[in-house]
Every structure is written in structure tokens, then in C-alpha cells.
Design a binder for this molecule. Sequence first.
Ligand code: ZN
Ligand code: ZN
Length: 347
Amino acid sequence: MKAYIMDKSRILRIADVGEPAKHADNILVKIRAASICGTDMRTFLKGSMKIDAPRVLGHEFAGDIIHVGEELKDYGFDIGDRVTAAPAIGCGECCYCKEGYTNMCENLETIGFQYDGVFASVVEIPAKAVKNGNLLHLPDSISYDDATLIEPAACAWNGQTYLQIHGGDVVLIYGSGMIGCIHAELAYRKGASQVIIVEPVEKRGKIAMEKVPGIIWINPFTQNTVEEVRKLTAGRGADVVITATSVPSVHEEAQKAAAKRGRISLFGGLPGDGKGYLDSNLIHYKELQIFGVHATTPRYMKEIMKMMEDGKLDAQKYIEKTVALEDVEKGFCSIRDDNTMKVVIHP
Ligand SMILES: [Zn+2]
Ligand SMILES: [Zn+2]
């Protein structure tokens, strides 16, 4: 089968690879739709040392089961079932896994990093993932394309669990990509009175205002973000700040833009070692709360799925381009060059 891989020399390319074999301890899924995530984009632009090469890339997907191994017959999956999966697979044994925080597993293995990914026509779901609940049935009302957004939205949802957003909160979000917009929608759902998005690319800022009606857009190239936020909050600052970007200076600015007792989510990981952006005294005197977040869990994916099923989260509007697997690099280029929000791949 054709797949988009990182080869032994860590070069990304389309290659012919063997289709995963049917085993007693695996499930195979025919991919109907996969999508390009910010993490994939970073790998495309800068490479990634977190991937065990050679490896098929990609981790956001939806498809149909074409094989259920004998050992996995009792887990509720059949040939033909529509599914998606939480790509971060825990061991099921460590203290984090036992509490349901499989994304924090001591021996975390992720589809597209340690297991072959979904930029291919078939993906193998290992027994461990099935046994730990990572494989999820897809409701009929959610299309394959829309389902590829469940995982990224569930990452945002995981990040927001720490932020306790409630009625009247002003929420400041850095970055207006699909993740920034989903954060905005989820914040409104939790009762935020105002969402402000900081976005240096004018086209993206304008698109975000169309996708999420009601948000205020700040352009940091022409406006002073901290001053603007103070103006909008009677001098107080934002109750909640979310950094949905990988720009390091944003971590510093987030602490200044936050109100006293503000909650900050460092959502986007930084390139390099990520050191040197926190101001200890500012955190101390303002009683700031700063939270990390990494990936997501099956539980949060189910919660997002429910929101989509109930029509409370519209994934479709973020999908702006669909490409064939052979053209996956055109998808990456379109995100880089044309600010396309979400690209879906049809293998
Ligand atoms: Zn992702
Ligand atoms: Zn574990």
C-alpha cells in the first residue's frame, strides 16, 4: 500500500510499504479519512526526533474495521464497524493509566510515533490500544471527515479541564488556527463572556472571526496585546489565557496579559528545550496558575464526540481542503502557504 512515511534517513516521502498483516492480537482499520495536525506540520517543517523511523506518519483518522484478531473478539468490535482512536496509547499498568490519564503513561506509545500511523490505506491497532479503550465506535451521525477532528478537539478539551472556565470569564487565546478556534468555541460553551484571539496573520484573524462569531481579534503587529486586553477588561487582564501556538515569547506575554489569579494553559509545546520563559515573581505576586497539557485520553474524545453528535460542535466548517494520499505534501504546503485551517486526506 502507499503511505506517507519518515524513512530510515528521516526523510518524509510517499513510499510503497507492506500492508499490516492480520494477527490474532490486532485489529486492522481501513482508513476513510485522516487529517494533518499541528504536530505533523512541525514534523514536515522541522523534522521530529520523537518518531522512531522508519514510520508511517499521522494519527488523526476515522475508518472501517476490516479484521478483528481472535484474541480481541470480546471487546465489542466487528468487521465493518466505523471507528476512530485516541492515538496516545498507555500501558494500562502504571499509576497514571489506572486513573485514566493514559496520556501521561510512564510507557506511552503513540500511533504515528512508535506505531505506524494513518497516512496510509490501512492502520494496525495493537491489542494494548483495544484493551485500554483507545479504539472508539463512531456514531453514524459523525462523518469520517468530521471524525478526524475529534482527537485535536479533545486535546483542547483536556487542556480546558484545568482552567475551570465559568460564567463571566474573559478568555485570551494566542493563535487562531483550528485549535485556537475550537478553544474559543469550548470556552463560550463553558460560559466565557468574551473571547479575544491574538493572531499576527491578518487573513487568519479574519477567518477566525467568521468561524467563531463574537470573538475579538487583536493583531500583535499593529496593536499592543497587553494594553488592548487591559482596555477590554477595565484594566484587569484576562481571567484565562491559552497559548495555541508554538511561539516562545507568547509564554512570557501570557503572564503579563493575565489578570491576578489568572489561569494559563501552555497548550502549544515549544521548539527547543522550552526553558527561560516563566517569571517566578510575577507568578508569585499575581497568584497565577499555569498548567501544562499533553495529548488527550479516550474519555475526552468520547465527550467531544457527544458534543458533535448533539450538534454542539461543528467540525465541518474547519475542513477547508481534501487531498488524495499521493498529494499529502500539497496539503502541508497549503497549510503553510495559504493558511488552510484543516486538511483532510482520503487514502
Ligand atoms: Zn493531533
Ligand atoms: Zn501506563
